[in-house]
Design a protein around this ligand. Structure first.
Ligand SMILES: Cc1ncc(C[n+]2csc(CCOP(=O)(O)OP(=O)(O)O)c2C)c(N)n1
Length: 616
């Protein structure tokens, strides 16, 4: 780190010459590889944006100028160069820095981000405020071609083109979302990427035609008459220009001298403008270049880690079986075919698999349409991203009375990504209409059972599961409509838990049994309709009750059980849930522990509630 060791702020960076900047990019790449190799994180996107970030920081003056990243997962070089080099080894760790921009952490970070496609809206709002305040800072928005598949980005471009606000958008185009980018805009960008070819060939065409004498000139004139048609075919960025946004590019996003030159030239132009740069996802590290999707969000790779089957994998495998069994079944992802586990389904049923881009709202309405036409869509989206589609869930699924199954992955406490990625609101937003069947499996066997149950159920089914191992408890009973599963019978305390927490609670109960404490453990299975009858029937036997859910404390099963609990005067109730709206960064075990949702937490709460101490 010969050069990096002395860089503690963008001012230090500005003292370097262009050759040093090149050298610095190598050092930063190595540093990122080393730290992410141990901590895990967004490797390939960050390797692709090293030169771009250096060039932006070399040209602009944050924190006076505002640099805004879309999604924000590509901000590692930015963090390293804006005073967080020494904290970087603790990225994504408890008490360490976030893997996403965080204004709590640094004045250089403008917004908390983590969800895609909203940066142009945020930038435009900020620019409008700046102008009303008569301020004069620059706004630079860095957005990927993947994020541009999200509708909000285009709503903002539409607004920006008309408002004429002074914003520089840098389109970081690597042809990839997490996996290969999809859709017509992506095809359009591929065309722009080949622009050098277009410009050269059109120049050549002119030269050739001129040499052909009168006939050639005639042809050239007639071509000029159709200027618009030809312009659309050969002028790059015409879509942006037509929207009222100046377009420059495409440029090599790994060439620092070129980027610095371009950014200096466009920096003081007024108005909305786009600089289109081409980068390579995973740049500079062989394995990441070869499999940029696999290393998009990578677990630690420098040391071997335990491989356990996750809920996403179990879901992906079962989807293939379900697809064979029932040809109505189709699968939808919003740019997450790897993360959700749908890759195998895509390979087996390419015609029944739909990647709609980073467009969760559209994914849900699209599923509504598929269902209306007789298909049985399984929409697999992470809990946090599905927040984008609440209106579509209500109006395009519930109101239409069509059956759509939602596979809500990363439901609960999500490790390492921090506030923006927690999946703790889905039980609430799926409860607005009261016609969904909501389930949560404790393990892989139960997930498979629930998926098969969902084929027979008439109503739309929601199945939520966390980013966790799906290791089986080995105690499976068939899923009976809207009935809970009684995992242990005792008399000291009643524990009602949902989803993976039932697995942890079971382990806690087993240990408590050794100290002659005998709780009853009910695995609720259904968060809607709540198995009211069964709960009501057994609740009177207990003085103590614990309700455990991996969800925000409001809007989950406790809220739904409240009418039953309200009338019980002598019942001592403890609710275990996520008590903060935005849980911080931590590995999963730390987060579960924070809210006493792990085995030890449940044990401790049982003992406190019944007033017993155990010494081992
Ligand atoms: C609303 C939303 N949906 C899904 C994601 C998950 N996600 C994170 S990055 C990403 C791909 C972004 O692609 P691009 O903007 O081109 O950036 P790149 O990683 O290629 O640099 C996706 C789908 C997200 N962050 N937000």
């Amino acid at each position: 780190m010969a050069i990096l060791k002395d860089i503690n702020s963008p001012d230090d960076l500005k003292k370097l010459n262009l050759k040093d900047l090149n050298e610095l990019s190598f050092e930063i790449r190595e540093y990122i590889k080393d730290v992410i190799g141990r901590n895990g994180g967004h490797l390939s996107s960050n390797l692709g944006t090293v030169e771009l970030t250096i060039s932006v920081l070399y040209t602009f003056n944050p924190p006076f100028d505002k640099i805004i990243f879309d999604v924000g997962h590509q901000c590692y070089t930015y963090k390293i160069l804006t005073g967080r080099k020494d904290e970087f080894p603790k990225i994504r760790r408890r008490g360490g820095i976030s893997g996403y921009p965080s204004p709590r952490e640094s004045v250089y970070d403008t917004f908390f981000v983590g969800h895609a496609s909203n940066s142009i809206s945020l930038s435009l709002g900020l620019a409008s405020s700046r102008d009303l305040n008569n301020e004069n800072y620059k706004i630079v928005d860095i957005i990927g071609d993947g994020a541009l598949t999200g509708g909000e980005a285009w709503e903002a471009l539409n607004n920006l083109g008309q408002s004429k606000k002074d914003i520089l958008i840098i389109l970081n185009d690597n042809g990839m979302s997490i996996s290969k980018n999809v859709g017509a805009f992506s095809r359009y960008f591929s065309k722009l990427r080949a622009e050098k070819f277009y410009r050269e060939s059109s120049k050549k065409l002119n030269e050739i035609l001129k040499k052909r004498g009168k006939f050639g000139e005639k042809l050239l004139n007639s071509i000029n008459k159709f200027k618009l048609v030809i312009k659309q075919a050969i002028i790059p960025g015409i879509i942006f220009e037509e929207l009222g946004i100046m377009y420059f590019g495409p440029f090599d996003g790994h060439n620092i001298p070129l980027l610095v030159d371009v950014l200096n030239k466009v920096k003081d132009l007024n108005g909305p403008r786009i600089v289109h740069v081409i980068t390579k996802k995973g740049k500079g590290i062989d394995f990441a270049e070869e499999e940029p999707d696999v290393y998009h969000s990578s677990p630690p790779f420098l040391e071997p880690t335990d491989k356990v089957e996750s809920f996403s994998q179990t879901f992906g495998d079962e989807m293939v079986k379900i697809g064979r069994k029932d040809d109505r079944v189709v699968a939808i992802t919003a740019a997450m075919e790897l993360g959700t586990g749908l890759k195998k389904f895509k390979e087996n049923f390419p015609d029944r698999f739909f990647d709609v881009g980073i467009a969760e709202g559209h994914a849900v309405s699209f599923a509504g349409g598929l269902a209306k036409g007789g298909k049985l869509p399984f929409v697999a989206i992470y809990s946090t991203f599905l927040q984008r589609a609440i209106d579509q869930i209500l109006l395009d699924v519930s109101l239409q009375k069509v059956k759509v199954n939602f596979m809500v992955d990363r439901a609960g406490l999500v490790p390492e990504d921090g506030e923006t990625h927690q999946g703790i609101f889905d039980l609430a937003y799926f409860s607005f209409p009261n016609d969904f069947v909501i389930m949560a499996p404790k393990d892989g066997d139960e997930l498979r059972e629930m998926m098969n149950f969902s084929l027979k159920e008439k109503r739309s089914c929601i199945i939520r599961y966390p980013k966790d191992s799906s290791e089986n408890l080995g105690l499976n009973s068939p899923v009976i409509p809207y009935e809970p599963e009684i995992l242990k019978e005792g008399e000291d305390v009643l524990i009602i838990s949902l989803g993976r927490l039932s697995y942890y609670a079971f382990k806690a109960v087993e240990e408590l049994n050794e100290f002659n404490i005998f709780p009853t453990l009910i695995n609720l299975r259904f968060a809607n309709p709540i198995p009211t009858y069964t709960i009501n029937n057994c609740i009177d036997k207990y003085k103590f009750i614990i309700i455990a859910e991996e969800h925000y404390y409001l809007g989950g099963i406790f809220t739904k059980l409240s009418p039953i609990l309200m009338g019980k005067e002598n019942l001592k109730i403890k609710h275990l849930s996520v008590t903060e709206s935005f849980p911080p960064i931590g590995i999963r075990d730390e987060l579960l522990k924070r809210y006493k949702l792990d085995k030890e937490g449940v044990k401790e709460v049982v003992l406190n509630l019944i007033g017993k101490k155990v010494t081992s």
